[in-house]
Write a protein that binds this ligand. Structure first.
Ligand code: 13P
Length: 250
């Protein structure tokens, strides 16, 4: 199966950049079979969908409301709205959401449920911080984070995406070692086999300072089905080098 490369723009870019990005991406991906997704800020999702047209790149949202249906939730974007905007996937539980918006397992469980019910594929993000890594508590932390997925197990789609993003590796240039990634991915695969219903299969992404220079080594690791790329996804040149590495491994 092809490795999945997702670019997460976070709170970066503007309408002009989205326009230029898609134009460049179209040229870069010409005749290149690959599995790619791009997560731009909410505001630019419909534009991204329209510009991509038939270019086989998935539109990914960076977050979703925890509230079901529609209603008096000023400022919120529902899962159905994201579907309407052309999204196929949504990041849920990114460490920046956990850190800056106090999103806990209860909230994330609701978000997962809303996404699944609207037919959006959640990409559930987990990862320990530096202190938890140094204290050797990371398996417990990851296990606790997985509880939100377990709580919604009956609603999950057949393929369940989980992204391991150690907080200490995000935006720091400090990528986790091959041993650390392989160890955590093996742990997650085992735990997910126990948590998920038999009809579901888990696929695992790694995220945290992925660049074209380290993408090959990471993508080649056992249990790594793709990468979630932050800052290196902001330019098509760098993202397409990562996509090339992923494609060479399919
Ligand atoms: P960086 O690639 O900038 O470290 O960000 C990773 C990330 O958070 C992707 O979601």
């Amino acid at each position: 199966m092809r490795k999945f490369v997702i670019g997460n723009w976070k709170m970066n870019g503007d309408a002009l950049e989205v326009h230029e990005y898609v134009h460049e991406l179209k040229t870069a991906l010409e005749g290149m079979p690959c599995s790619v997704g791009v997560a731009v800020p909410f505001l630019y999702l419909p534009q991204l969908t329209a510009l991509l047209g038939r270019i086989p790149v998935s539109v990914v949202a960076q977050d979703v409301s925890q509230f079901k249906g529609s209603g008096a939730y000023t400022g919120e974007i529902s899962a159905a709205m994201l579907r309407d905007a052309g999204c196929e996937y949504v990041l849920i539980g990114h460490s920046e959401r956990r850190q800056y918006f106090d999103e806990d397992e209860m909230v994330l469980q609701q978000k997962l449920l809303c996404a699944c019910e609207a037919g959006l594929n959640p990409i559930y993000c987990v990862g320990e911080d530096l202190n938890q890594r140094l204290q050797g508590e990371f398996f417990q932390v990851l296990d606790k984070q997985l509880a939100a997925l377990e709580a919604v197990r009956d609603h999950l789609p057949a393929t369940v995406w989980v992204a391991y993003e150690p907080v200490w590796a995000i935006g720091t240039g400090k990528v986790a070692s091959a041993e650390q990634i392989a160890e955590v991915h093996a742990f997650l695969a085992t735990r997910l086999r126990a948590i998920l219903p038999a009809r579901c299969a888990a696929r695992l992404l790694y995220g945290g300072s992925v660049k074209s220079v380290n993408a090959r080594e990471i993508l080649a690791l056992p249990g790594v089905d793709g990468v979630l790329v932050g800052s290196a996804s902001l330019t098509v040149a760098e993202l397409s080098r990562i996509i090339e590495e992923a494609r060479a491994m399919a």
